[in-house]
Write a protein that binds this ligand. Structure first.
Ligand SMILES: *Cc1c(COP(=O)(O)O)cnc(C)c1O
Length: 405
């Protein structure tokens, strides 16, 4: 007799019973993905409008990234940085050429890239800028999101992220996002860096006023502090440019990438910078067992290559502009705001509708996966390979759900 297939309900029950409840996922059990599509265990197909929080910009299971993974996995997976491997230098060369960087430090998760950058700018502050020991300050923004480590949640302003996790590290003054004057007012002789997302993703796709990036670039340069842009979500094509900083023609001193750096195949992140800052780190002062491993590097090389070769960044700009414009036309009295950049799009519902969760559940029933962020906002961020027809289908589906109320 054929073995009976385990049901979605049974799997959800196991997960709920055995797993920590630090997430509240939609009740859809996915088993397969291809491009913009994912399938659940019962064979239903969905348009993925979350793309694993922008880690799957290149689309699910991109065949060229998969081939690179399989090829490298069958030869060598991990050496540790105690030895050298052939993939790491080639990864360095290709990511530097792509991003105009001079130095790279590879890690695994986004949060680790953030931690690495904080360590590097603090050390730069002490050794190069001359800040007195243990006095370095890194200014951060209200409602920012940079990950989940103790240092990072310590400077979060989201009560859910920090409540109950203290004590926290000092040295992270918080200023309003989008306000360059507030940044300048918070700078002291001990300030070493300003850490900010060019567009706040987890806060609900909050786009700063035009000119903000240019102004913070100018303020940071004038006060000799490092501008650290967290492009872990906005980077690698999401907003229709390789990096969101390009929308205002600026260059950060340190740029953080993660998520789509592997096209969703593998955790890999990196700090991109110049010799002055990353040069302060000497052997033994920082590291990671898995950071820079050959499998991650081979996957990242392929993930960067397809992003460029297949025109995904241009497509994000084109389809994103269309998606946003058409979404704006669906306004009903339930919709409070529609905003976005490239394929990073948010629809904020009126408070009176009582939260976005039931909208993401209704969209799921119609075959579109997205996730509410905070209480009232739906975020649409599909893989960058989405076509015009697929955007039209998403719009029709969103329209249906809004009409149903
Ligand atoms: C996702 C994200 C991070 C954290 O990345 P992890 O891989 O989850 O640690 C940091 N910053 C931004 C802007 C993010 O979107």
């Amino acid at each position: 007799m054929a073995k009976e297939k385990i049901s979605a309900q049974a799997l959800i029950e196991i997960e709920t019973r055995l797993g920590a409840h630090n997430y509240k996922p939609l009740d859809v059990v996915l088993v397969r993905g291809e491009g913009v599509w994912v399938w659940d265990i019962d064979g239903n197909r969905y348009l993925d409008c979350l793309a694993a929080y922008s880690a799957v910009n290149q689309g699910h299971c991109h065949p060229k990234i998969r081939a690179a993974l399989v090829e490298q996995a069958s030869r060598l997976s991990l050496t540790s940085r105690a030895f050298r491997n052939e993939q790491l230098p080639l990864f360095y060369e290709e990511i530097c050429a792509l991003t105009n960087s001079h130095k790279v430090l590879p890690m695994n998760s986004g949060a680790e890239a953030v931690e690495t950058a904080i360590k590097a700018v603090r050390k730069w502050g002490y050794e190069v800028k001359g800040v007195p020991e243990d006095q370095a300050e890194v200014i951060v923004c209200e409602n920012g999101f940079h990950g989940r480590t103790i240092a990072i949640v310590g400077f979060s302003t989201d009560p859910a992220a920090r409540q109950g996790f203290g004590p926290f590290a000092p040295g992270f003054p918080i200023v309003a996002f989008g306000d360059a004057d507030a940044l300048e007012a918070a700078i002291t002789p001990n300030t070493v860096a300003f850490l900010v997302e060019p567009i706040q993703g987890e806060a609900g796709v909050i786009i700063p006023p035009e000119g903000y990036l240019k102004r913070i670039r100018e303020v940071c340069s004038r006060h000799n502090i490092m501008l650290v842009l967290d492009e872990i979500q906005t980077g690698l094509g999401r907003t229709g440019k390789l990096f969101a900083e390009e929308h205002e023609g600026i260059e950060a001193d340190l740029t953080l990438v993660g998520k789509a750096l592997s096209g969703g195949y593998y955790p890999i992140s990196a700090v991109l910078s110049n010799t002055e800052v990353l040069g302060v780190l000497k052997p033994g002062e920082h590291g990671s067992t898995f950071g820079g491993n050959p499998l991650a590097c081979a996957v990242a090389r392929a993930a960067m290559r397809v992003l460029i070769e297949e025109g995904m960044i241009e497509n994000a700009g084109k389809q994103g502009a269309y998606f946003l414009e058409e979404l704006g036309k669906l306004r009903t009295n339930q919709v409070r705001d529609v905003r976005g950049s490239g394929l990073m799009i948010a629809l904020e519902l009126d408070e009176a509708v009582g939260g976005a969760r039931r909208y993401s559940e209704a969209l799921m029933k119609l075959g579109l996966l997205c996730k509410e962020t905070h209480k009232d906002t739906l975020r649409f961020a599909p893989p960058l390979v989405i076509t015009r027809e697929q955007v039209d289908w998403a719009l029709e589906t969103i329209d249906k759900v809004l009409r149903a109320g």
